[in-house]
Design a binder for this molecule. Sequence first.
Ligand code: ADP
Length: 251
Amino acid sequence: MLEFIDVSVCFHSGTADEKMALDHVSLRIEDGDFICVLGTNGAGKSTLLNVISGAIPVTSGKILLDGEDITHLPEHKRARAIGRLFQDPLKGTAPNMTIEENLGLAYSRGKRAGFHRAIKKKDRRFFIEKLSALHLGLEERLKTKVGLLSGGQRQALTLLMATIVTPKLLLLDEHTAALDPKTAASIMEISEEIIKQHQITTLMITHNISQALLYGNKTIILNEGKIVKVLEKEERKQTSVEDLLAMYDFV
Ligand code: ADP
Protein backbone atom coordinates (compact mmCIF):
# COMPACT_ATOMS: atom_id res chain seq x y z
CA MET A 1 0.00 0.00 0.00
CA LEU A 2 1.19 3.50 -0.88
CA GLU A 3 0.12 6.33 1.34
CA PHE A 4 0.50 10.08 0.93
CA ILE A 5 0.09 11.97 4.18
CA ASP A 6 -0.38 15.70 3.68
CA VAL A 7 2.26 15.90 0.96
CA SER A 8 3.19 19.28 -0.49
CA VAL A 9 5.75 20.26 -3.08
CA CYS A 10 6.60 23.92 -3.42
CA PHE A 11 8.96 25.15 -6.14
CA HIS A 12 10.85 28.44 -5.83
CA SER A 13 9.55 28.98 -2.33
CA GLY A 14 9.59 32.58 -1.13
CA THR A 15 10.11 34.04 -4.61
CA ALA A 16 7.73 35.61 -7.11
CA ASP A 17 7.79 32.26 -8.98
CA GLU A 18 6.59 30.25 -5.98
CA LYS A 19 4.41 27.36 -7.11
CA MET A 20 2.61 24.76 -5.01
CA ALA A 21 2.83 21.84 -7.44
CA LEU A 22 1.27 19.54 -4.81
CA ASP A 23 -0.86 21.14 -2.14
CA HIS A 24 -1.42 19.02 1.00
CA VAL A 25 -2.25 15.82 -0.84
CA SER A 26 -3.42 12.83 1.18
CA LEU A 27 -4.11 9.62 -0.73
CA ARG A 28 -4.24 5.88 -0.11
CA ILE A 29 -3.39 3.53 -2.92
CA GLU A 30 -4.17 -0.09 -2.17
CA ASP A 31 -2.14 -3.02 -3.49
CA GLY A 32 -3.33 -3.91 -6.98
CA ASP A 33 -4.99 -0.54 -7.60
CA PHE A 34 -4.70 0.73 -11.15
CA ILE A 35 -5.32 4.46 -10.97
CA CYS A 36 -5.76 6.83 -13.89
CA VAL A 37 -4.58 10.34 -13.10
CA LEU A 38 -6.25 13.20 -14.97
CA GLY A 39 -5.81 16.94 -14.85
CA THR A 40 -5.06 19.95 -17.01
CA ASN A 41 -1.48 20.93 -17.85
CA GLY A 42 0.32 22.11 -14.74
CA ALA A 43 -2.16 20.38 -12.38
CA GLY A 44 0.64 18.47 -10.62
CA LYS A 45 0.35 15.03 -12.24
CA SER A 46 4.03 14.55 -13.08
CA THR A 47 5.03 15.99 -9.73
CA LEU A 48 2.87 13.35 -8.06
CA LEU A 49 4.80 10.61 -9.88
CA ASN A 50 8.12 12.40 -9.33
CA VAL A 51 7.78 12.37 -5.56
CA ILE A 52 6.82 8.69 -5.62
CA SER A 53 9.91 7.76 -7.67
CA GLY A 54 12.07 10.11 -5.59
CA ALA A 55 13.04 12.24 -8.60
CA ILE A 56 12.12 15.32 -6.60
CA PRO A 57 11.89 15.80 -2.82
CA VAL A 58 8.71 16.68 -0.99
CA THR A 59 8.58 20.03 0.79
CA SER A 60 6.44 18.65 3.61
CA GLY A 61 4.42 15.58 4.46
CA LYS A 62 5.17 11.87 4.32
CA ILE A 63 5.08 9.02 1.82
CA LEU A 64 4.75 5.48 3.11
CA LEU A 65 5.24 2.36 1.00
CA ASP A 66 3.94 -0.76 2.74
CA GLY A 67 4.17 1.15 6.01
CA GLU A 68 7.81 2.11 5.45
CA ASP A 69 8.56 5.82 5.41
CA ILE A 70 10.23 6.41 2.03
CA THR A 71 9.88 10.20 2.08
CA HIS A 72 13.62 10.77 2.15
CA LEU A 73 14.78 7.57 0.50
CA PRO A 74 17.01 8.46 -2.48
CA GLU A 75 15.70 7.71 -5.97
CA HIS A 76 18.23 4.96 -6.72
CA LYS A 77 17.17 3.08 -3.60
CA ARG A 78 13.54 3.09 -4.79
CA ALA A 79 14.39 2.04 -8.34
CA ARG A 80 14.06 -1.67 -7.66
CA ALA A 81 10.53 -1.26 -6.30
CA ILE A 82 9.32 1.26 -8.86
CA GLY A 83 9.09 0.97 -12.64
CA ARG A 84 8.49 4.10 -14.67
CA LEU A 85 7.65 4.92 -18.26
CA PHE A 86 7.59 8.33 -19.88
CA GLN A 87 5.91 9.77 -22.95
CA ASP A 88 9.19 9.70 -24.83
CA PRO A 89 10.02 6.11 -25.85
CA LEU A 90 13.70 7.16 -26.02
CA LYS A 91 13.81 7.48 -22.25
CA GLY A 92 14.67 4.37 -20.35
CA THR A 93 16.60 2.40 -22.95
CA ALA A 94 20.21 2.52 -24.15
CA PRO A 95 19.94 2.99 -27.95
CA ASN A 96 23.43 1.70 -28.75
CA MET A 97 22.91 -1.52 -26.87
CA THR A 98 21.02 -4.54 -28.14
CA ILE A 99 17.56 -5.64 -27.00
CA GLU A 100 19.18 -8.47 -25.09
CA GLU A 101 21.70 -6.18 -23.37
CA ASN A 102 18.99 -3.72 -22.39
CA LEU A 103 16.90 -6.50 -20.89
CA GLY A 104 20.03 -7.85 -19.16
CA LEU A 105 20.64 -4.48 -17.54
CA ALA A 106 17.06 -4.16 -16.35
CA TYR A 107 17.07 -7.73 -15.07
CA SER A 108 20.34 -7.45 -13.15
CA ARG A 109 19.34 -4.09 -11.66
CA GLY A 110 16.07 -5.58 -10.50
CA LYS A 111 17.81 -8.62 -9.11
CA ARG A 112 20.48 -6.53 -7.42
CA ALA A 113 23.07 -8.76 -9.03
CA GLY A 114 25.36 -5.87 -9.81
CA PHE A 115 24.91 -3.30 -12.54
CA HIS A 116 25.83 -5.60 -15.36
CA ARG A 117 26.67 -9.24 -15.75
CA ALA A 118 27.03 -11.64 -18.64
CA ILE A 119 23.74 -12.90 -20.03
CA LYS A 120 23.31 -16.56 -19.21
CA LYS A 121 21.50 -19.09 -21.40
CA LYS A 122 18.63 -19.35 -18.98
CA ASP A 123 18.29 -15.54 -18.91
CA ARG A 124 18.16 -15.54 -22.70
CA ARG A 125 15.38 -18.15 -22.65
CA PHE A 126 13.50 -16.03 -20.13
CA PHE A 127 13.89 -12.90 -22.30
CA ILE A 128 12.67 -14.76 -25.39
CA GLU A 129 9.62 -15.95 -23.50
CA LYS A 130 8.84 -12.42 -22.27
CA LEU A 131 9.43 -10.84 -25.69
CA SER A 132 7.25 -13.46 -27.41
CA ALA A 133 4.35 -12.45 -25.17
CA LEU A 134 4.48 -8.95 -26.69
CA HIS A 135 3.64 -10.42 -30.13
CA LEU A 136 5.91 -7.92 -31.87
CA GLY A 137 8.47 -10.38 -33.18
CA LEU A 138 11.19 -8.87 -30.98
CA GLU A 139 12.21 -12.33 -29.75
CA GLU A 140 13.78 -12.83 -33.20
CA ARG A 141 15.84 -9.66 -32.82
CA LEU A 142 17.76 -10.09 -29.58
CA LYS A 143 20.94 -8.72 -31.18
CA THR A 144 19.25 -5.67 -32.75
CA LYS A 145 20.32 -2.31 -31.37
CA VAL A 146 17.42 -0.64 -29.61
CA GLY A 147 18.03 2.62 -31.51
CA LEU A 148 16.78 0.85 -34.65
CA LEU A 149 13.36 0.03 -33.21
CA SER A 150 10.17 2.01 -33.87
CA GLY A 151 8.67 4.13 -31.10
CA GLY A 152 6.02 1.52 -30.33
CA GLN A 153 8.49 -1.37 -30.24
CA ARG A 154 10.73 0.66 -28.02
CA GLN A 155 7.93 1.58 -25.62
CA ALA A 156 6.92 -2.08 -25.42
CA LEU A 157 10.53 -2.96 -24.60
CA THR A 158 10.70 -0.21 -21.97
CA LEU A 159 7.54 -1.62 -20.42
CA LEU A 160 9.09 -5.06 -20.34
CA MET A 161 12.28 -3.67 -18.80
CA ALA A 162 10.30 -1.81 -16.12
CA THR A 163 8.40 -4.96 -15.18
CA ILE A 164 10.90 -7.77 -15.88
CA VAL A 165 11.38 -8.10 -12.16
CA THR A 166 7.88 -7.34 -10.90
CA PRO A 167 7.95 -3.89 -9.29
CA LYS A 168 5.75 -2.88 -6.36
CA LEU A 169 4.63 0.15 -8.31
CA LEU A 170 4.41 1.05 -11.96
CA LEU A 171 4.28 4.72 -12.92
CA LEU A 172 3.08 5.46 -16.45
CA ASP A 173 3.51 9.09 -17.46
CA GLU A 174 1.45 9.46 -20.65
CA HIS A 175 3.36 6.50 -22.00
CA THR A 176 1.21 6.16 -25.13
CA ALA A 177 0.83 9.87 -25.94
CA ALA A 178 3.65 10.02 -28.49
CA LEU A 179 2.42 6.99 -30.43
CA ASP A 180 -0.03 6.76 -33.31
CA PRO A 181 -3.56 5.63 -32.25
CA LYS A 182 -3.13 2.03 -33.39
CA THR A 183 0.25 1.57 -31.72
CA ALA A 184 -1.00 3.40 -28.62
CA ALA A 185 -3.93 0.98 -28.35
CA SER A 186 -1.62 -2.00 -28.72
CA ILE A 187 0.79 -0.68 -26.05
CA MET A 188 -2.19 -0.11 -23.72
CA GLU A 189 -3.33 -3.67 -24.33
CA ILE A 190 0.14 -5.02 -23.53
CA SER A 191 0.40 -2.77 -20.46
CA GLU A 192 -2.94 -3.92 -19.11
CA GLU A 193 -2.05 -7.55 -19.66
CA ILE A 194 1.24 -7.26 -17.75
CA ILE A 195 -0.37 -5.19 -14.96
CA LYS A 196 -3.23 -7.68 -14.54
CA GLN A 197 -1.02 -10.74 -14.77
CA HIS A 198 1.30 -9.54 -12.00
CA GLN A 199 -1.28 -7.43 -10.14
CA ILE A 200 1.07 -4.46 -10.23
CA THR A 201 -0.12 -1.37 -8.40
CA THR A 202 -0.17 1.27 -11.13
CA LEU A 203 -0.61 5.01 -11.54
CA MET A 204 -1.16 6.16 -15.10
CA ILE A 205 -1.25 9.80 -16.19
CA THR A 206 -3.38 10.29 -19.26
CA HIS A 207 -5.03 13.09 -21.19
CA ASN A 208 -7.23 10.59 -22.91
CA ILE A 209 -10.61 10.84 -21.18
CA SER A 210 -11.97 7.57 -22.54
CA GLN A 211 -8.74 5.79 -21.53
CA ALA A 212 -9.25 7.20 -18.02
CA LEU A 213 -12.60 5.42 -17.72
CA LEU A 214 -11.65 2.28 -19.57
CA TYR A 215 -8.50 1.24 -17.75
CA GLY A 216 -7.86 0.50 -14.12
CA ASN A 217 -10.25 0.61 -11.18
CA LYS A 218 -10.06 4.24 -10.08
CA THR A 219 -9.71 7.69 -11.60
CA ILE A 220 -8.43 10.76 -9.81
CA ILE A 221 -8.53 14.33 -11.05
CA LEU A 222 -5.89 16.82 -9.97
CA ASN A 223 -6.20 20.57 -10.19
CA GLU A 224 -3.76 23.19 -8.90
CA GLY A 225 -1.88 20.58 -6.93
CA LYS A 226 -4.96 19.22 -5.17
CA ILE A 227 -6.95 16.04 -5.68
CA VAL A 228 -10.35 17.41 -6.55
CA LYS A 229 -12.13 14.18 -7.46
CA VAL A 230 -11.70 10.47 -6.81
CA LEU A 231 -13.92 8.16 -8.83
CA GLU A 232 -14.10 4.72 -7.28
CA LYS A 233 -14.92 1.66 -9.34
CA GLU A 234 -18.71 1.78 -8.96
CA GLU A 235 -18.96 5.51 -9.57
CA ARG A 236 -16.72 5.19 -12.59
CA LYS A 237 -19.00 2.61 -14.15
CA GLN A 238 -21.81 5.16 -14.10
CA THR A 239 -19.68 7.98 -15.45
CA SER A 240 -19.73 8.73 -19.15
CA VAL A 241 -16.97 10.41 -21.10
CA GLU A 242 -19.22 13.51 -21.25
CA ASP A 243 -19.68 13.47 -17.44
CA LEU A 244 -15.95 13.22 -16.93
CA LEU A 245 -15.30 16.01 -19.41
CA ALA A 246 -17.74 18.19 -17.50
CA MET A 247 -15.88 17.48 -14.23
CA TYR A 248 -12.64 18.22 -16.00
CA ASP A 249 -13.98 21.52 -17.28
CA PHE A 250 -15.40 22.37 -13.92
CA VAL A 251 -12.12 22.02 -11.99
P1 ADP B 1 1.35 18.31 -14.97
O1 ADP B 1 2.15 17.05 -15.02
O2 ADP B 1 -0.02 18.10 -14.39
O3 ADP B 1 1.28 19.03 -16.28
P2 ADP B 1 3.52 19.24 -13.30
O4 ADP B 1 3.49 18.33 -12.14
O5 ADP B 1 4.55 19.00 -14.33
O6 ADP B 1 2.07 19.33 -13.95
O7 ADP B 1 3.71 20.74 -12.80
C1 ADP B 1 2.91 21.32 -11.76
C2 ADP B 1 3.37 22.76 -11.58
O8 ADP B 1 4.68 22.78 -11.02
C3 ADP B 1 3.48 23.53 -12.89
O9 ADP B 1 3.07 24.88 -12.66
C4 ADP B 1 4.94 23.47 -13.24
O10 ADP B 1 5.33 24.59 -13.98
C5 ADP B 1 5.59 23.46 -11.86
N1 ADP B 1 6.84 22.68 -11.86
C6 ADP B 1 6.96 21.36 -12.12
N2 ADP B 1 8.25 20.96 -12.01
C7 ADP B 1 8.95 22.08 -11.68
C8 ADP B 1 10.34 22.34 -11.43
N3 ADP B 1 11.25 21.34 -11.49
N4 ADP B 1 10.70 23.60 -11.11
C9 ADP B 1 9.79 24.57 -11.05
N5 ADP B 1 8.47 24.41 -11.26
C10 ADP B 1 8.06 23.18 -11.59
